[in-house]
Design a protein around this ligand. Structure first.
Ligand SMILES: Nc1nc2c(ncn2[C@@H]2O[C@H](COP(=O)(O)OP(=O)(O)OP(=O)(O)O)[C@@H](O)[C@H]2O)c(=O)[nH]1
Ligand SMILES: [Mg+2]
Length: 298
């Protein structure tokens, strides 16, 4: 019998390059939220894919950048923390962008990493072949990557090829999770993330970056195939609370409607969703409250 392989695959890169889109595409389920705005992901997101040959435990991470604020430093620490457990690292970059300071900073972070590092050049649907080849050379000059795989996580180009490569690189190992499990994240967390995704998509300026979502109630009513969710959206200022609620509650209603549709699909049940908005002045600069909202050091 061929041996079974398993291990952890850390997905790292600058904000907005498509790491979360890639994990969802690799796993075949939406485990990570995706928005057009940078710094969407704030935690380690696990996505598990099991095949006859092996079990791949993907870890999506916050975008790594030269962070100045306490909150952003926490996010970067979370991302770097995922590297220590990894058997394979996917360094994801965008084909649209020249390698920048943040990429060099990430390469610096990756320098001591001894496990295979694969360069994933994502968003190739946005560039021509003429543009891609010099970009590959440019990155190759910065590190001797185990492999370079151009992908489009959005369109699904070369995601199969990447999976094949990962299985080849993983060590022999046990099946850590049952076949049908695709994440180990708690349902409450997944629900909070789906709500946060809608807030980021529907709001502007600083609002996405000062919003935390916590689920206060998550109750399954099995006889009715219903899930009751009460969640609090926290912002830093009264004015931001006003924007989130909107005229006659219109914004909060839209967030609720869109989140509920996603939650119903995800939990395959009817969802009763109730949202509250709270002001917690300066929470993004306060280590105690960062921890309270789920952004502690791992
Ligand atoms: N055209 C194109 N867009 C993509 C591709 N992959 C991701 N995107 C888009 O890029 C944006 C960011 O995608 P995410 O997956 O949230 O990026 P991320 O790297 O996880 O971002 P952070 O969590 O903020 O670090 C979204 O609008 C995606 O739809 C791709 O292959 N092609
Ligand atoms: Mg992300």
């Amino acid at each position: 019998m061929p041996m079974f392989k398993s291990g952890f695959i850390a997905i790292v890169g600058r904000p907005n390059v498509g790491k979360s889109t890639l994990i969802n595409s690799l796993v075949g389920e939406k485990v990570a939220i995706i928005t057009p705005k940078p710094q969407t992901t704030r935690n380690r997101i696990t996505g598990i894919k099991t095949t006859a040959e092996g079990q791949m435990i993907f870890i999506d991470t916050p975008g790594i950048h030269k962070a100045r604020t306490l909150f952003n430093r926490r996010l970067v620490d979370t991302a770097r923390g995922a590297l220590s457990d990894a058997d394979v690292v996917l360094f994801v970059v965008s084909a649209e962008k020249e390698p920048g300071n943040d990429d060099d900073f990430i390469l610096e972070t990756l320098r001591p990493v001894e496990v295979p590092v694969v360069l994933v050049i994502n968003k190739i649907d946005l560039v021509t072949r003429e543009r891609l080849l010099p970009l590959i050379d440019d990155y190759r000059r910065r590190r001797d990557f185990r492999e370079v795989v151009p992908t489009s996580a959005l369109k699904g180009f070369s995601v199969d090829r990447l999976e094949r490569l990962i299985l080849d690189l993983l060590p022999e190992g046990p099946k850590y999770f049952p076949d049908d499990i695709f994440t180990d994240l708690p349902e409450r967390f997944l629900a909070a993330e789906m709500i946060r995704e809608k807030v980021i998509i529907l709001t502007r300026e600083e609002i996405p970056y000062v919003t935390a979502v916590t689920v206060d109630t998550f109750r399954e009513v099995e006889q009715k195939n219903l899930v009751v969710i009460q969640a609090t959206i926290t912002v830093e200022k009264e004015s931001q609370k006003g924007i989130l609620i909107g005229k006659k509650g219109s914004m909060l209603k839209e967030i609720g409607t869109k989140a509920r549709a996603d939650l119903e699909r995800f939990f395959n049940a009817a969802v009763y969703l109730e949202l509250f908005v709270k002001v917690s002045p300066g929470w993004t600069r306060d280590s105690g409250r960062l921890r309270e909202y789920g952004y502690a050091k791992d």
